[in-house]
Write a protein that binds this ligand. Sequence first.
Ligand code: AMP
Ligand code: MN
Ligand code: MN
Ligand code: MN
Length: 281
Amino acid sequence: MVTNEFDLHTHSSASDGVYTPEELVAQAYQAGVKALALTDHDTVKGCEWLRDNDDLLPQDFRLINGVELTCKYGKQVLHVVGLNIDIASEAIQTHMNKLETLRNERAQTIALRLVKLGLPDLLTAAFEKAQGGQIGRPHFAQAMVSLGLVDSMAKAFKKYLGAGKPGDVKVEWPELSEVITLIHNAGGVSVLAHPTKYNLTLNKIRYLLAAFAEQGGDAVEISYPGVSKDQQKSLSILVAKHELAVSMGSDFHDPEQTWTRLGAYPPIPLGLSRVTERFLN
Ligand code: AMP
Ligand code: MN
Ligand code: MN
Ligand code: MN
């Protein structure tokens, strides 16, 4: 996969990525990325840090303030990326505070559930892995690997944390419509993240994209690690039908995850409106 100049979906240590925001920018720039969206899970702290240290940004480099918001539609947990958001807006700040509490409480429940399975109490170790960033299941997976309870993060998800496992703790995530409105109130564009990664049938994806468009969603990711050409074809038809734009990104977290790297994603299908047209000039 070639390196693209845009990468609109990446994570730093402010959530479950391994690079600090500073390292992420340096690595992206070195890889040839010219416009990078930092889209941590339910936090804009990495973007805030870069705003306050903007002398670190190369001259010919554009940072796009972003976030990947966890939400639900019916029983389905979804991720919606907000791009070009005003991170200082009251709407965003209030939401981030709410999500921090929600995620901290969820972490306690995850730890309790794992104890019930006979594992040690991993709460402190998971918070240590999160290093003050927004906590999530990957930090529990990292703690398990460090303690030798499993030999990889993938195994930790497969055994304890993945879909349907006890550590997959569902909470009252905000509604899809709520996060779309929030992103709009913060002046951003809303992007449905990785639609083929929710284990939904094509028919369910059809309903989901219709609902997303109906609720005012702006764009859908169409180029990201793991999406197949056939899936892109199906998504292209739905995107065109609902007059949505398309987005693309590496969903980069960690250089050890060899299936993705900064700026890398499959080619973007032609003939569709790109989300970058909405905010890059
Ligand atoms: P959470 O936000 O706490 O629900 O955690 C979701 C995150 O876990 C995703 O954004 C991924 O980064 C990570 N994740 C999900 N499934 C896996 C998996 N099977 N292996 C490794 N990481 C995963
Ligand atoms: Mn993640
Ligand atoms: Mn995601
Ligand atoms: Mn992501």
